[in-house]
Design a protein around this ligand. Structure first.
Ligand SMILES: NC(=O)c1ccc[n+]([C@@H]2O[C@H](COP(=O)([O-])OP(=O)(O)OC[C@H]3O[C@@H](n4cnc5c(N)ncnc54)[C@H](OP(=O)(O)O)[C@@H]3O)[C@@H](O)[C@H]2O)c1
Length: 282
């Protein structure tokens, strides 16, 4: 088994972390939920990938046997996320894995937000474990705006189901992934919690302004109803979305970029650059 195991390896975050590790010459092992996701993880940079449902402790124990470190990415908005994470922590302890990095979230202890609170529970489990842990706490990904980029092209609108005036600090997922690769491959990050945020504090209205500049056309920010957003979300609408929108409506979700800058040795990438990169790729 490869020395670094990445869970959630076929997901958006997992593939970014595998790519950042591959850039550093590390072919990690990816754990995916379903066998058909294996090629996704391998294409992203995994040396190998194996299908394991995190609810299956025996399969999980086999899959992490011999691993030196685990990068655990909990399933997004999963109602039992903290229980799955506890299973990964306990299995790691039993299998003699010493290094554990949790993909957490900015401001985990927010009781209004169940999906944040589940990450606070996971951090608590880590602190009670025998593992040498690190918690990475990313803010709102800049990539969350990519779907709105398409919509802005067609309709001239960036629409979110919360106030367009509250502050966010969008962070580039590629920067988050590089930070993950750094704490996994360099010494000195044991027992650290790092907030990972982008360099600019922006409201949705300001983000819409940047989208308009990049598209060379006027783009306005609009607050749409949760109902309309729910209809457009189509595939999935997890229970945590409504409290999240209510919180964003009142407070946004802002954090500080300095810990990420310290890890990367440079200023984190700003939203304009992330979106321009995406438009260049598309
Ligand atoms: N988006 C943000 O702005 C942001 C910011 C900070 C932190 N985060 C956190 O980042 C994490 C990952 O988010 P993401 O957007 O990368 O999620 P994602 O793309 O949905 O990836 C999660 C992966 O976990 C897999 N999975 C689900 N249940 C599983 C199970 N029981 N056993 C094994 N694998 C399972 C999923 O497989 P299936 O496809 O089969 O379901 C999927 O491939 C989440 O915990 C989220 O809270 C996100």
């Amino acid at each position: 088994m490869n020395p670094i195991v990445v869970t959630g390896a076929a997901g958006m975050t997992g593939r970014a972390v595998l790519a950042a590790l591959a850039e550093r010459g590390v072919a990690a092992a990816g754990l995916v939920r379903r066998a058909e996701q294996i090629p996704l993880a391998v294409a992203a940079g995994a040396g190998r990938a194996v299908a394991v449902d995190l609810t299956d402790r025996a399969a999980l124990a086999d899959a992490i046997d011999g691993a030196a470190a685990i990068y655990h990415i909990p399933p997004n908005m999963h109602p039992a996320e903290h229980e799955l994470t506890r299973a990964v922590i306990e299995t790691a302890e039993r299998r003699g894995v010493t290094r554990f990095v949790l993909h957490s979230v900015l401001a985990p202890y927010l009781p209004e937000l169940p999906h944040h609170l589940r990450k606070a529970e996971s951090e608590r489990a880590l602190r009670r474990s025998s593992l040498v842990w690190t918690s990475l706490q990313p803010g709102w990904y800049a990539q969350n705006l990519l779907a709105q980029l398409l919509r802005a092209r067609g309709e001239g609108v960036v629409a979110m189901p919360y106030s367009v005036s509250t502050p966010f600090t969008p962070v580039d997922l590629a920067d988050v992934a590089q930070a993950a690769a750094i704490v996994l491959t360099e010494d000195g990050h044991g027992y650290a919690s790092y907030e990972l945020c982008g360099p600019d504090t922006l409201s949705t209205a300001e983000m819409a302004g940047i989208v308009g500049d990049l598209l060379g056309a006027p783009v306005r920010a609009e607050r749409e109803t949760v109902e309309r957003w729910r209809r457009s979300a189509q595939a999935r609408y997890p229970e945590g979305f409504e409290p999240m929108f209510a919180f964003y409506d009142r407070h946004g979700l802002a954090g500080n970029p300095r810990a990420l800058a310290m890890l990367l040795g440079r200023t984190p990438t700003d939203l304009r650059t992330v979106l321009a990169r995406h438009l260049g790729e598309g």
